[in-house]
Design a protein around this ligand. Structure first.
Ligand SMILES: [Zn+2]
Ligand SMILES: [Zn+2]
Length: 293
């Protein structure tokens, strides 16, 4: 079984629509794909409809989720949340707070870039974002269009848009301990996304991962493109020590990043444990299929 538990659509900063993402996941031969847009469940309905419309027999199941923006002691971190009840009020209010902050935040970053002499405009960034919720990757793409940087990832540096970078602006973010509590209260499961992706900015020490584990964190994403092989091995060891699940996933963003669907995958036993722990929602089976766990 090939299980990819971390992808983005145009509902946040991916380039595939939710329907395209589902079709591409089926074409890539995945058995399970999780849709985990930043701070939103907006793409779920379209993804579910597309899944039901796949030609039979489609072996693909969809795990509904989100990637929640968190911050702890000044360090930005991402918490994957799976199979929570999207209507649970406290968690949905937090997602709204983060989302409502995205446009003013993008405008602040654009203002800082203009002060740095970059001729980027809100209109340009809004065009790139389309109907997705605007975020740093859209601004990064504008910088590529303008020839300021050669690629999106080159914009995520202290010189430009990395956490604490010259054009960075803070956003509303959850305390990760609150995120774990809220997701659990909504029947979901939490996995700390790319916990050691140092290229994106500062990361938290292992002692914090231990504290998050004690607070009910379910797992950590060990296999991720931003982790070197030795880092992946270290994180798997840490997960074993702390009794955490270790996942692997692509963090696919369509054509906005280089990774492909299924580039990293999650063990079926780990996936089975995630679905057993979740009570807020269930994986959605594809047409003619049954849930893959
Ligand atoms: Zn992330
Ligand atoms: Zn992501």
């Amino acid at each position: 079984m090939r299980i990819d538990l971390h992808t983005h659509s145009t509902a946040s900063d991916g380039t595939d629509t939710p329907a395209e993402l589902v079709r591409n996941a089926a074409a890539a031969g995945l058995d399970v794909v999780a849709l985990t847009d930043h701070d939103t469940t907006r793409g779920h309905a379209e993804a579910i409809a597309a899944l039901r419309g796949l030609p039979e027999p489609a072996g693909l199941s969809l795990v509904t989720g989100a990637e929640l923006s968190c911050r702890l002691d000044g360090v930005g971190l991402h918490m994957l949340a799976y199979l929570f009840d999207p209507d649970e009020p406290e968690l949905s209010r937090e997602r709204e707070l983060v989302r409502d902050d995205r446009v003013p935040r993008a405008k602040t970053m654009i203002g800082k870039l203009r002060e740095l002499g970059v001729d980027v405009t809100w209109e340009q960034v809004a065009r790139i974002a389309g109907d997705g919720s605007v975020g740093r990757p859209h601004i990064a793409e504008a910088l590529v269009e303008l020839g300021v940087v050669p690629s999106v990832s080159d914009a995520f540096t202290p010189q430009w848009l990395a956490d604490g970078g010259r054009a960075y602006a803070e956003k509303h973010e959850l305390d990760p301990f609150d995120a774990i509590r809220l997701v659990k209260a909504a029947g979901g499961v939490t996995v700390f996304a790319h916990p050691a992706a140092a290229k994106r900015g500062r990361t938290v020490p292992e002692s914090v991962i231990a504290e998050l584990a004690a607070a009910g964190l379910d797992g950590i994403e060990a296999d991720h493109m931003d982790h070197a092989p030795e880092t992946r091995a270290r994180l798997r060891g840490l997960a074993a020590d702390l009794g955490l699940l270790a996942t692997g996933s692509s963090d696919y963003h369509g054509s906005r990043k280089t990774c492909v669907l299924g580039e990293f995958t999650t063990d079926p036993e780990v996936y089975g444990e995630i679905t057993r722990r979740a009570t807020g929602a269930f994986p959605v089976p594809g047409a003619g299929g049954s849930p893959a766990a």
